[in-house]
Write a protein that binds this ligand. Sequence first.
Ligand SMILES: [Zn+2]
Length: 336
Amino acid sequence: MAPALVLVGSPVGHDRHDTGAWHPERPARLDAAMRGVDEPGLGEAIGVLEGRPAGPAELARVHDERYLEALAQFAAAGGGRLDPDTVASPGSWDTALLSAGMGLAAVEALSAGEAGAAFVVGRPPGHHATRDRAMGFCLLNNVAVAAASLTAAGERVLIVDWDVHHGNGTQDIFWNDPAVLYASTHQWPAYPGTGRADETGGPGAPGLTINVPLPPGATGDVALAALDEIVAPAVDQFSPTWVLVSAGFDAHREDPLADLAWSAGDYADLTARVMGYAPRVIAFLEGGYDLSALEHSVAATVATLAGETWRPEQATSGGPGRQVVDRVLRLRAELA
Ligand SMILES: [Zn+2]
Protein backbone atom coordinates (compact mmCIF):
# COMPACT_ATOMS: atom_id res chain seq x y z
CA MET A 1 0.00 0.00 0.00
CA ALA A 2 1.30 3.47 -0.88
CA PRO A 3 1.98 5.71 2.11
CA ALA A 4 -0.75 8.21 2.96
CA LEU A 5 -0.12 11.89 2.41
CA VAL A 6 0.68 13.92 5.52
CA LEU A 7 0.66 17.71 5.22
CA VAL A 8 3.33 19.41 7.32
CA GLY A 9 3.24 23.13 8.03
CA SER A 10 5.59 25.30 10.06
CA PRO A 11 6.40 28.96 10.59
CA VAL A 12 10.09 27.93 10.60
CA GLY A 13 11.86 30.61 8.56
CA HIS A 14 9.27 33.17 9.73
CA ASP A 15 9.80 32.47 13.41
CA ARG A 16 10.35 35.79 15.18
CA HIS A 17 9.30 34.63 18.68
CA ASP A 18 12.51 35.45 20.57
CA THR A 19 12.48 33.98 24.09
CA GLY A 20 16.05 34.99 24.95
CA ALA A 21 19.33 33.14 25.28
CA TRP A 22 18.50 30.49 27.90
CA HIS A 23 14.83 29.72 27.44
CA PRO A 24 14.05 26.01 26.80
CA GLU A 25 11.22 26.95 24.39
CA ARG A 26 13.60 28.20 21.71
CA PRO A 27 13.62 28.55 17.91
CA ALA A 28 16.01 25.57 17.49
CA ARG A 29 13.08 23.35 18.49
CA LEU A 30 11.40 23.97 15.14
CA ASP A 31 14.59 23.07 13.26
CA ALA A 32 14.90 19.84 15.28
CA ALA A 33 11.25 18.96 14.65
CA MET A 34 11.64 19.59 10.91
CA ARG A 35 14.75 17.37 10.87
CA GLY A 36 12.47 14.76 12.43
CA VAL A 37 9.99 15.18 9.57
CA ASP A 38 12.84 14.44 7.13
CA GLU A 39 14.41 11.62 9.16
CA PRO A 40 12.30 8.66 7.97
CA GLY A 41 12.74 9.59 4.30
CA LEU A 42 9.01 9.63 3.57
CA GLY A 43 9.48 11.42 0.24
CA GLU A 44 6.24 12.22 -1.54
CA ALA A 45 4.19 11.11 1.47
CA ILE A 46 5.01 14.52 2.99
CA GLY A 47 3.22 17.50 1.47
CA VAL A 48 3.69 21.16 2.27
CA LEU A 49 0.87 22.76 4.22
CA GLU A 50 0.67 26.43 3.25
CA GLY A 51 -0.16 28.56 6.26
CA ARG A 52 -1.82 31.88 6.92
CA PRO A 53 -2.22 34.06 10.00
CA ALA A 54 -5.28 33.38 12.17
CA GLY A 55 -7.91 36.12 11.91
CA PRO A 56 -9.47 38.05 14.82
CA ALA A 57 -12.86 36.33 14.59
CA GLU A 58 -11.20 32.90 14.56
CA LEU A 59 -9.18 33.71 17.68
CA ALA A 60 -12.19 35.26 19.42
CA ARG A 61 -13.94 31.87 19.43
CA VAL A 62 -11.61 30.83 22.27
CA HIS A 63 -9.88 33.99 23.51
CA ASP A 64 -11.15 37.15 25.18
CA GLU A 65 -10.89 40.08 22.74
CA ARG A 66 -9.37 42.34 25.38
CA TYR A 67 -6.68 39.73 26.03
CA LEU A 68 -5.86 39.54 22.31
CA GLU A 69 -5.58 43.32 22.05
CA ALA A 70 -3.42 43.55 25.15
CA LEU A 71 -1.10 40.78 23.94
CA ALA A 72 -0.65 42.38 20.50
CA GLN A 73 0.10 45.73 22.13
CA PHE A 74 2.50 44.20 24.66
CA ALA A 75 4.54 42.61 21.86
CA ALA A 76 4.43 45.75 19.71
CA ALA A 77 5.69 47.82 22.64
CA GLY A 78 8.81 45.64 22.87
CA GLY A 79 7.50 42.67 24.84
CA GLY A 80 8.98 41.27 28.04
CA ARG A 81 7.88 38.84 30.70
CA LEU A 82 4.19 37.83 30.87
CA ASP A 83 4.77 35.50 33.84
CA PRO A 84 7.91 33.88 35.31
CA ASP A 85 8.08 31.35 32.42
CA THR A 86 6.42 33.13 29.54
CA VAL A 87 7.96 35.88 27.43
CA ALA A 88 6.98 37.82 24.32
CA SER A 89 9.26 39.70 21.94
CA PRO A 90 8.26 42.25 19.27
CA GLY A 91 7.87 39.42 16.71
CA SER A 92 5.96 37.07 19.00
CA TRP A 93 2.48 38.22 18.05
CA ASP A 94 2.98 37.63 14.32
CA THR A 95 4.61 34.24 14.94
CA ALA A 96 1.78 33.22 17.27
CA LEU A 97 -0.78 34.24 14.63
CA LEU A 98 1.06 32.09 12.06
CA SER A 99 1.14 29.05 14.36
CA ALA A 100 -2.57 29.34 15.17
CA GLY A 101 -3.35 30.00 11.50
CA MET A 102 -1.38 26.93 10.43
CA GLY A 103 -3.84 24.78 12.38
CA LEU A 104 -6.76 26.48 10.64
CA ALA A 105 -5.07 25.91 7.27
CA ALA A 106 -4.73 22.24 8.19
CA VAL A 107 -8.46 22.07 8.98
CA GLU A 108 -9.22 23.65 5.59
CA ALA A 109 -6.88 21.34 3.65
CA LEU A 110 -8.19 18.17 5.31
CA SER A 111 -11.80 19.36 4.91
CA ALA A 112 -11.09 19.75 1.19
CA GLY A 113 -9.87 16.16 1.08
CA GLU A 114 -6.25 17.05 0.30
CA ALA A 115 -4.97 14.57 2.91
CA GLY A 116 -6.11 12.57 5.93
CA ALA A 117 -3.54 13.89 8.36
CA ALA A 118 -1.48 16.98 9.08
CA PHE A 119 1.28 17.97 11.47
CA VAL A 120 1.57 21.59 12.58
CA VAL A 121 5.15 22.26 13.67
CA GLY A 122 4.58 25.61 15.33
CA ARG A 123 5.71 27.71 18.25
CA PRO A 124 4.98 29.13 20.71
CA PRO A 125 3.06 26.11 22.01
CA GLY A 126 -0.57 26.63 23.02
CA HIS A 127 -2.23 24.25 25.45
CA HIS A 128 -1.59 26.27 28.65
CA ALA A 129 -3.06 29.49 27.20
CA THR A 130 -6.51 30.14 28.68
CA ARG A 131 -9.22 32.43 27.35
CA ASP A 132 -7.61 35.48 28.88
CA ARG A 133 -4.13 34.53 30.06
CA ALA A 134 -0.74 33.63 28.58
CA MET A 135 1.16 31.09 30.66
CA GLY A 136 3.55 28.14 30.49
CA PHE A 137 5.35 29.40 27.34
CA CYS A 138 1.96 29.65 25.55
CA LEU A 139 0.33 32.76 24.05
CA LEU A 140 -2.51 31.56 21.78
CA ASN A 141 -4.14 28.15 22.23
CA ASN A 142 -3.47 26.74 18.76
CA VAL A 143 -5.28 23.44 19.20
CA ALA A 144 -8.30 25.16 20.75
CA VAL A 145 -8.53 27.67 17.89
CA ALA A 146 -8.62 24.79 15.39
CA ALA A 147 -11.10 22.77 17.49
CA ALA A 148 -13.44 25.75 17.81
CA SER A 149 -13.38 26.31 14.04
CA LEU A 150 -14.50 22.69 13.65
CA THR A 151 -17.25 22.76 16.27
CA ALA A 152 -18.56 26.00 14.72
CA ALA A 153 -19.03 23.93 11.55
CA GLY A 154 -20.93 21.23 13.44
CA GLU A 155 -18.04 18.78 13.87
CA ARG A 156 -17.35 16.70 16.98
CA VAL A 157 -13.75 16.97 18.11
CA LEU A 158 -11.58 14.69 20.22
CA ILE A 159 -8.47 16.39 21.59
CA VAL A 160 -5.79 13.97 22.82
CA ASP A 161 -3.14 15.84 24.83
CA TRP A 162 -0.06 13.67 25.45
CA ASP A 163 2.24 16.52 26.40
CA VAL A 164 3.84 15.77 29.80
CA HIS A 165 2.10 18.83 31.25
CA HIS A 166 -1.64 19.13 31.72
CA GLY A 167 -3.33 21.29 29.07
CA ASN A 168 -5.14 23.50 31.56
CA GLY A 169 -6.01 26.11 28.94
CA THR A 170 -7.63 23.64 26.57
CA GLN A 171 -9.50 21.97 29.44
CA ASP A 172 -10.83 25.35 30.65
CA ILE A 173 -11.92 26.49 27.19
CA PHE A 174 -13.94 23.34 26.46
CA TRP A 175 -14.90 22.44 30.06
CA ASN A 176 -18.61 22.82 29.40
CA ASP A 177 -18.66 22.17 25.64
CA PRO A 178 -20.57 19.03 24.59
CA ALA A 179 -18.91 19.06 21.13
CA VAL A 180 -15.37 18.46 22.46
CA LEU A 181 -13.95 15.43 24.25
CA TYR A 182 -10.64 16.36 25.92
CA ALA A 183 -8.31 13.57 27.10
CA SER A 184 -4.93 14.24 28.71
CA THR A 185 -2.10 12.09 30.01
CA HIS A 186 0.41 14.07 32.05
CA GLN A 187 2.87 13.86 34.89
CA TRP A 188 1.58 14.42 38.43
CA PRO A 189 2.64 16.35 40.34
CA ALA A 190 3.95 18.85 37.80
CA TYR A 191 3.28 22.23 36.25
CA PRO A 192 0.63 23.70 36.08
CA GLY A 193 -0.96 21.76 38.99
CA THR A 194 -4.29 21.00 37.28
CA GLY A 195 -5.50 17.76 35.68
CA ARG A 196 -6.58 15.68 38.66
CA ALA A 197 -8.46 12.50 37.82
CA ASP A 198 -11.67 13.95 39.29
CA GLU A 199 -11.67 16.91 36.86
CA THR A 200 -14.18 15.37 34.44
CA GLY A 201 -16.04 18.24 32.74
CA GLY A 202 -18.74 20.82 33.52
CA PRO A 203 -22.51 20.25 33.84
CA GLY A 204 -22.97 20.77 30.09
CA ALA A 205 -20.29 18.21 29.22
CA PRO A 206 -20.16 15.62 32.01
CA GLY A 207 -17.41 13.04 31.50
CA LEU A 208 -16.07 14.83 28.42
CA THR A 209 -12.86 15.77 30.20
CA ILE A 210 -10.55 12.83 30.91
CA ASN A 211 -7.42 13.28 33.00
CA VAL A 212 -4.83 10.57 33.62
CA PRO A 213 -2.24 12.00 36.05
CA LEU A 214 0.83 9.72 35.86
CA PRO A 215 3.59 9.31 38.45
CA PRO A 216 7.22 10.15 37.60
CA GLY A 217 8.87 7.22 35.81
CA ALA A 218 5.68 6.08 34.05
CA THR A 219 6.47 4.29 30.79
CA GLY A 220 4.72 4.20 27.45
CA ASP A 221 2.77 1.02 28.17
CA VAL A 222 0.75 2.88 30.81
CA ALA A 223 -0.10 5.66 28.34
CA LEU A 224 -1.25 3.05 25.83
CA ALA A 225 -3.38 1.40 28.50
CA ALA A 226 -4.95 4.79 29.25
CA LEU A 227 -5.85 5.20 25.58
CA ASP A 228 -7.09 1.62 25.11
CA GLU A 229 -9.02 1.22 28.35
CA ILE A 230 -10.22 4.76 29.18
CA VAL A 231 -10.15 6.90 26.04
CA ALA A 232 -11.26 4.32 23.44
CA PRO A 233 -14.58 3.50 25.18
CA ALA A 234 -15.28 7.24 25.62
CA VAL A 235 -14.51 7.72 21.93
CA ASP A 236 -16.98 4.96 21.02
CA GLN A 237 -19.70 6.84 22.89
CA PHE A 238 -18.73 10.31 21.68
CA SER A 239 -18.13 9.45 17.98
CA PRO A 240 -15.69 12.25 17.09
CA THR A 241 -15.39 13.32 13.46
CA TRP A 242 -11.89 14.74 13.97
CA VAL A 243 -8.92 14.05 16.24
CA LEU A 244 -6.61 16.90 17.20
CA VAL A 245 -3.48 15.98 19.13
CA SER A 246 -1.63 18.27 21.51
CA ALA A 247 1.59 16.51 20.62
CA GLY A 248 4.19 17.54 23.13
CA PHE A 249 7.27 15.33 23.29
CA ASP A 250 8.41 16.27 26.80
CA ALA A 251 7.25 12.96 28.29
CA HIS A 252 10.36 11.50 26.59
CA ARG A 253 12.84 10.09 29.14
CA GLU A 254 15.57 12.51 27.94
CA ASP A 255 13.46 15.63 28.41
CA PRO A 256 15.05 18.07 30.88
CA LEU A 257 11.76 19.55 32.14
CA ALA A 258 9.92 16.45 33.36
CA ASP A 259 10.29 12.89 34.63
CA LEU A 260 8.20 10.48 32.59
CA ALA A 261 10.11 7.73 30.79
CA TRP A 262 8.70 7.44 27.27
CA SER A 263 10.71 6.90 24.07
CA ALA A 264 10.29 7.76 20.40
CA GLY A 265 8.83 4.29 19.85
CA ASP A 266 6.01 5.06 22.28
CA TYR A 267 4.98 8.03 20.17
CA ALA A 268 4.63 5.72 17.16
CA ASP A 269 2.24 3.51 19.16
CA LEU A 270 0.26 6.45 20.56
CA THR A 271 -0.09 7.94 17.08
CA ALA A 272 -1.36 4.65 15.65
CA ARG A 273 -4.01 4.52 18.40
CA VAL A 274 -5.34 8.05 17.84
CA MET A 275 -5.50 7.46 14.08
CA GLY A 276 -8.12 4.81 14.83
CA TYR A 277 -10.39 7.28 16.65
CA ALA A 278 -11.55 9.37 13.63
CA PRO A 279 -10.75 9.63 9.92
CA ARG A 280 -8.97 12.99 10.13
CA VAL A 281 -6.03 13.73 12.43
CA ILE A 282 -4.10 16.94 13.01
CA ALA A 283 -1.13 16.91 15.40
CA PHE A 284 0.11 20.16 16.94
CA LEU A 285 3.62 20.49 18.35
CA GLU A 286 3.40 21.50 22.02
CA GLY A 287 6.41 20.88 24.33
CA GLY A 288 9.61 18.85 23.91
CA TYR A 289 12.88 20.39 25.02
CA ASP A 290 15.63 17.85 24.33
CA LEU A 291 16.39 18.48 20.67
CA SER A 292 17.48 14.95 19.81
CA ALA A 293 14.50 13.36 21.60
CA LEU A 294 12.22 15.86 19.88
CA GLU A 295 13.65 15.05 16.44
CA HIS A 296 13.28 11.26 16.83
CA SER A 297 9.86 11.48 18.45
CA VAL A 298 8.54 13.72 15.66
CA ALA A 299 10.03 11.27 13.12
CA ALA A 300 8.16 8.34 14.69
CA THR A 301 4.92 10.34 14.83
CA VAL A 302 5.03 11.63 11.25
CA ALA A 303 6.00 8.24 9.83
CA THR A 304 3.06 6.62 11.63
CA LEU A 305 0.69 9.29 10.28
CA ALA A 306 1.95 8.35 6.81
CA GLY A 307 1.26 4.67 7.50
CA GLU A 308 4.95 3.77 7.69
CA THR A 309 7.00 2.20 10.48
CA TRP A 310 9.91 4.20 11.88
CA ARG A 311 11.17 3.38 15.35
CA PRO A 312 14.41 5.11 16.30
CA GLU A 313 13.91 3.66 19.81
CA GLN A 314 12.00 0.69 21.25
CA ALA A 315 8.74 1.29 23.07
CA THR A 316 9.03 1.37 26.89
CA SER A 317 7.30 -0.64 29.63
CA GLY A 318 7.54 -1.65 33.27
CA GLY A 319 7.25 1.76 34.92
CA PRO A 320 4.69 2.78 37.55
CA GLY A 321 1.22 4.21 36.91
CA ARG A 322 -1.03 1.25 36.15
CA GLN A 323 -3.00 1.93 39.34
CA VAL A 324 -3.82 5.43 38.05
CA VAL A 325 -5.50 3.92 35.00
CA ASP A 326 -7.54 1.68 37.31
CA ARG A 327 -8.48 4.66 39.52
CA VAL A 328 -9.67 6.69 36.51
CA LEU A 329 -11.68 3.69 35.30
CA ARG A 330 -13.39 3.40 38.71
CA LEU A 331 -14.14 7.13 38.72
CA ARG A 332 -15.69 6.96 35.25
CA ALA A 333 -17.78 3.94 36.23
CA GLU A 334 -19.21 6.01 39.11
CA LEU A 335 -19.98 8.88 36.72
CA ALA A 336 -21.85 6.70 34.25
ZN1 LIG B 1 4.81 20.35 28.18
